[in-house]
Design a protein around this ligand. Structure first.
Ligand code: GYE
Length: 383
């Protein structure tokens, strides 16, 4: 299977201040990827949040022209309210935006790390309105509570582009670029079903370590996996919040081991960092995990370190969530600059990664997708 080639980059966690950044690699769409969730579609077209002003920026609150950007060929100022720095995925997401929205590319990126504090994130957006930036990018920590501040952005004539996690209670944004988290959860379930069948495992007793509360990534992955679990009569013994962090994953796993030792044979971690923490907890307790061990370990994100663990057989399967949204966000901004209407939703291309070459594909939502066996080449090319 072909692989997208991306540069391998690391990025130090950034503090809750304003920083600018730098370059990128395309999300790419290749043969095996999962772009089944929708692809670019023009559906929606509800550009209440900015459409027209974005192209001209001649509005009372300043918009494009006040910030010196917009259509006049000058620098485009972008405020980015990032979730935080909780995971490898987040680091890759931040880096993607800093790379694309660099000074060299004609941007002034105002970056705020909101440290997983949703009130701080709303305030960061308000700060961008005061600065009269040209565009605002938001990765919403939680999916609710957005309509008021997005209305303020709309009133100020500043287009908002949402990336990654979704907003449930407002449509006052121009475009969203991200992943279908329910599809990811369904994929994990469908893979587990096929895997258990192949290995002759008749009973599934699963523990889920969820991501942070109220995040659409958590909600979608939880719902998708549960749907398959319910359909197959699996037992989900417990499902607790590990905050998408390694420490959180370890803590939840330690408490699971105290309560359920000997009673579970599957652990589903909603990101790689939680999986690393869960591995430490299981190792400390003398519980074996991974390929043909006592516990089947499943993860999401599939960043470089996660894929290394799939290759070594510590993680059985890892469901990719592509963090390199910035090139698609830039496309949206260019469309707005040109006075065009961007798509309301843009879905990222993703792969499902496994250690063993025993199942070639799974079908999710009626669409068949290949499984990718992790090789060193794949690890080396991953973000
Ligand atoms: O899975 C996790 C991160 O929102 C998809 O947030 C993102 C999630 C990702 O902290 O690692």
């Amino acid at each position: 299977m072909k692989r997208k080639i991306v540069s391998i980059l690391t990025c130090a966690a950034l503090t809750a201040s304003l920083l600018a950044g730098c370059g990128s690699s395309p999300a790419g769409s290749d043969a095996g990827g999962n772009d089944t969730a929708g692809g670019d579609d023009a559906a929606g077209g509800d550009d209440a949040a900015g459409g027209d002003d974005a192209a001209g920026g001649d509005d009372a609150a300043g918009g494009s022209d006040a910030a010196g950007g917009g259509n006049d060929g000058g620098t485009i100022t972008i405020g980015f309210a990032q979730v935080g720095h909780e995971s490898d995925w987040r680091t890759a997401s931040t880096k993607s935006c800093q790379d694309v929205f660099s000074e060299a590319n004609g941007y002034d990126l105002q970056f705020v790390d909101c440290d997983n504090d949703s009130a701080a994130q709303i305030e960061a957006v308000r700060g961008f309105i005061q600065q009269a930036v040209d565009y605002i990018i938001v990765d919403p920590i939680v999916s609710k509570g957005w309509d008021t501040v997005l209305t303020e952005c709309e009133d100020a004539g500043i287009p908002v582009i949402v990336i990654d996690r979704t907003i449930e209670d407002s449509d006052k944004y121009v475009s969203w670029v991200g992943s279908n988290f329910k599809t990811e959860g369904l994929a994990a379930g469908e893979w587990l079903k096929a895997y258990a069948d192949k290995k002759g495992i008749s009973e599934i007793n699963a523990l889920v370590i969820e991501g942070s509360t109220g995040a659409s990534a958590t909600l979608g992955r939880t719902e998708g996996f549960k749907e398959i679990a319910d359909a197959n009569g699996w037992n989900i013994i417990d499902s607790q919040n590990g905050n998408f962090t390694e420490a959180g994953g370890q803590e939840v796993m330690e408490s699971y081991i105290k309560s359920y030792e000997g009673k579970f044979n599957v652990v589903i971690c909603q990101n790689d960092n939680e999986a690393f923490g869960a591995m430490t907890a299981m190792k400390n307790a003398g519980i074996s995990y991974g390929v043909d061990k006592d516990v089947i370990l499943v993860s999401f994100d599939a960043c470089t370190a996660g894929l290394e663990k799939v290759m070594s057989g510590d993680i059985n399967a890892d469901f990719e969530c592509n963090p390199l949204a910035a090139p698609d966000v830039e496309k949206v901004i260019k469309q707005l600059q040109a006075g065009e209407e961007p798509p309301k939703e843009v879905y990222m291309t993703e792969h499902w990664y496994v250690n063993e070459d025993i199942i070639s594909s799974i079908t999710v939502d009626g669409i068949e997708q290949e499984l990718t066996v992790v090789t060193q080449e794949i690890v080396d090319a991953q973000y």
